[in-house]
Design a protein around this ligand. Structure first.
Ligand SMILES: [Zn+2]
Length: 320
């Protein structure tokens, strides 16, 4: 009788050098097929796999040779996936309540990777929807985002945006790459990139972030906050006061924002207008600066993919 704990199977101990363990959560007594991923065995049902996945359906349609070894009378299918990914994948297929809230990053990756590979589209698309929530494709959604992640649980992942960018690139989830690059650029230092190449991100991804970061800084200075250099406005009523206010706002936004020990690569070109800035300016300069700032943000948002060397927003597609 297999216990609920992982254990070496008796077959493997007597038959050879294999050191297999049984999955704790996915060794089902009445299962009729065994999936083997790395050294972990999963006992599940052919019909359930075939119902969810056309890839498994096709695989089971091919007659298996009679002499293939079996375990407990079940055919064994070797998978090239990681045991951890398969564990999350099977749990999600069998248990409706398996991770219905914010997905931890490893579960997210398993859903995306195996959902895509085995064409379990509801699982794959659940992962994609998480990414779409955290890395939206409109300025309105971007502005409405909360500071913390909501669809993904990245509380133990200090460099979540780098890991997500790697996956977005691997699966060609191009629609989310502009905001992923922006997030990575404004949260990572050059040292972070150095530490994470090549195991977390590729050298190409690191370069993409570094090059985009330059564009973001330029856009912030020359587009979003360009009004700082244009004040006072033509109709200014308090020239000296508005020039002094502009200097103060510039100082707050360009010189006093460094708080950490290492500065980030990029600065945010989409900083939202603050009413306190308008209050420092006269009744003409305030609205003038505000509308200039908003127009700048819209312009920068439109150019965001271009800063990342990608096609325009409308031409960005997923999975191709
Ligand atoms: Zn003024």
């Amino acid at each position: 009788m297999p216990s609920s704990k992982r254990q070496r199977t008796e077959e493997s101990e007597t038959e050879g050098p294999h050191d297999f363990s049984r999955s704790e959560s996915m060794w089902l007594e009445d299962g009729n097929i065994i999936l083997l991923a790395q050294n972990t065995q999963f006992r599940v049902h052919r019909t359930v796999l075939a119902m969810h996945s056309t890839v498994f359906q096709d695989m089971f349609g091919i007659p298996q040779p009679q002499e293939e070894p079996t375990i407990d009378g079940c055919a064994v299918v070797h998978l090239s996936d990681s045991a951890q990914d398969v564990e999350h994948f099977l749990n999600a297929l069998y248990k409706r309540s398996y991770h219905t809230k914010a997905l931890p990053l490893n579960v997210f990756e398993a859903f995306l990777r195996l959902g895509h590979k085995y064409q379990v589209l509801h699982l794959r698309d659940e992962a994609v929807a998480c990414l779409a929530t955290e890395f939206p494709t409109t300025l309105k959604e971007w502005d409405d985002l909360l500071d913390d992640y909501t669809a993904l649980d990245v509380s133990d992942e200090p460099n979540a945006s780098l890991q997500l960018l790697r996956l977005a690139n691997e699966f060609r989830l191009n629609r989310y790459i502009p905001t992923l690059v922006l997030s990575a650029a404004v949260t990572s230092s050059l040292e972070d990139l150095y530490d994470h190449v090549p195991h977390t991100i590729s050298a190409n991804n690191a370069l993409q972030i570094a090059m985009a970061a330059e564009k973001f800084r330029e856009a912030r200075n020359e587009v979003t906050f360009a009004w700082l250099k244009l004040l006072p406005s033509n109709q200014c009523t308090t020239t000296k006061a508005c020039i002094a206010a502009a200097r103060r706002i510039a100082s707050l936004n360009f010189f006093e924002f460094k708080t950490g020990t290492s500065s980030t690569l990029g600065t945010n070109p989409l900083t939202e207008w603050e009413d306190s800035w308008g209050k420092r300016l006269c009744s003409h300069c305030g609205p003038y600066a505000h509308s200039y700032h908003e127009a700048g943000r819209i312009l920068v948002w439109g150019n965001l993919p271009t800063y990342c060397k990608l096609p325009k927003w409308d031409d960005l597609t997923n999975f191709d």
